[in-house]
Design a protein around this ligand. Structure first.
Ligand code: SAM
Ligand code: SF4
Length: 417
């Protein structure tokens, strides 16, 4: 029987409030009405941490991610208090990466220098676009100038390890506009850039009243041009949507993509924990709604064991997003399953040119990335696979809902040629 090993462990903390909900966003985030219940939420997070810490006793935490929502609505003092609690309850690595997500329109709670002094080592800024008209169409609360000012403040605070989130294929955007956004972002010298195609997510305002969006061919042309710009500026694409300078890959997100473990604290946060002694991999979930989370009688989350037959799909859904793919032995180490559980599907995907092999590593080919859904469909359990693309989108949506950190949509939805 292959040996299930304990993977690296990260900590995700979710902050569910935003100044205003963006019409495209399906993250677990809510417009803040009235006063932020800062003290109450912090106390609840600390209680949550205390309840969950014993199950990871002795394990080192390699990264912390304060995500949202808009964590920068919380003061540097609050972030410092949480990090102190994390250091007390967990074994935080001395060189742990500690990321704060920030909206350029919602950082007046503190200067980045103060967040740095609180223990933040990395910031992820939601720039989205540098075109004021596009930002208005996206319902953003900030101007391009706010983003430039935030980036300047990050440099001044020596927080040079920062990410900019950009979206492309925006309402009314052309290739030139998408490239201009990338150029403007690069001019701010970020260490990392996340470049997401705008997707219309069910349940959002955009789904109810879709704006006119560029078609797939135009979106492809935007991506090709932008990719060229990013590569010539010295950024390396290491994941479907993530670009980084050498050494500046996001360690926290990378841990999700190598099927690592994470504790999830906060409203709607999910966790994944591996227990080699019992051979179990467990998902934890919390109440999504802030009021319910605050009022929950149970301090800790609900737990559910991931079924064995689901593991190949979940492993591939993560690792095939990486341009470097995965090393063959990591499949058994992270899932506890023998290689034979995926061998025939791997061989078929190699034969169809959807996967490439180099040494003991497997990764999606260019064609495989383009038809990522077709590739992933192969790793679903037999019965859902027969049901076809709808089962895939349900399985993807389910898995995506359980990852609170990185955006989890496949770049292309096409199943077929
Ligand atoms: C939690 S937000 C980042 C922090 C902060 N809330 C903000 O928006 O500035 C995560 C990122 O996901 C991306 N995103 C959200 N919804 C998206 C969608 N429907 N399509 C593509 N990207 C999306 C945006 O780039 C956004 O910055
Ligand atoms: S994109 Fe960011 S700011 Fe906008 S609603 Fe979503 S989490 Fe909030």
């Amino acid at each position: 029987m292959p040996q299930l090993r304990t993977p690296p462990l990260a900590l995700y903390v979710h902050f569910p409030w935003c100044v205003r909900k963006c019409p495209y966003c399906d993250f677990n985030s809510y417009t803040l009405h009235g006063q932020l219940p800062e003290g109450q939420y912090l106390a609840r997070l600390e209680q949550d941490l205390e309840a969950q810490a014993p199950q990871v006793a002795g394990r080192e935490v390699i990264s912390v991610f304060f995500g949202g929502g808009t964590p920068s609505l919380f003061s540097p003092q609050s972030i410092a208090r949480l990090l102190e609690a994390a250091r007390r309850q967990l074994s935080l690595a001395p060189d742990a990466e500690v990321t704060l997500e920030a909206n350029p329109g919602a950082i007046e709670r503190g200067a980045f220098r103060e967040y740095r002094d609180a223990g933040i080592t990395r910031v992820s800024l939601g720039a989205q676009s540098f075109d004021a008209t596009r930002l208005t169409a996206l319902g953003r609360i900030h101007s391009p100038q706010d983003t430039r000012a935030a980036a300047a403040e990050l440099h001044a605070a020596a927080l040079t390890n920062f990410n900019l989130d950009l979206m492309y294929a925006l309402p009314g955007q052309d290739v030139r506009g998408a490239v201009r956004d990338v150029e403007e972002a690069l001019a701010l010298a970020p260490a990392h850039l996340s470049h997401y195609q705008l997707t219309v997510e069910p349940g959002t305002v955009f789904a109810a009243r879709p704006p006119p969006l560029p078609d797939e061919d135009l979106a492809d042309a935007m991506l090709d041009e932008c990719a060229g710009q990013l590569a010539s500026a010295g950024l390396h694409r290491y994941e479907v949507s993530a670009w980084a300078r050498a050494g500046a890959q996001c360690r926290h997100n990378l841990n999700y993509w190598v099927f690592g473990d994470y504790l999830g604290l906060g409203a709607g946060a999910h966790g994944k924990l591996t227990f080699p002694a019992s051979g179990l991999i467990v998902r934890t979930t919390q109440s999504r709604e802030p009021r319910r989370y605050l009022a929950a009688a149970e301090a800790g989350p609900q737990r559910r064991t991931i079924e064995c037959e689901q593991l190949p799909f979940e492993f591939m859904l993560n690792t095939l997003r990486l341009t470097a793919g995965f090393a063959a032995p990591s499949f058994s180490e992270r899932t506890g399953l023998p290689w034979e559980a995926i061998g025939p599907e791997i061989d078929a995907a190699l034969a169809r040119g959807l996967l490439e092999r180099g040494g003991d590593r497997y990764r999606a080919s260019e064609r495989g990335l383009r038809f990522l859904n077709e590739l992933l469909l192969r790793f679903l359990p037999e019965s859902p696979r027969k049901a076809g693309p709808s089962a895939l989108s349900m399985a993807t949506a389910k898995a995506r809902a359980e990852i609170t950190g990185p955006l989890f949509t496949a770049r292309r939805g096409a199943v077929g040629e």
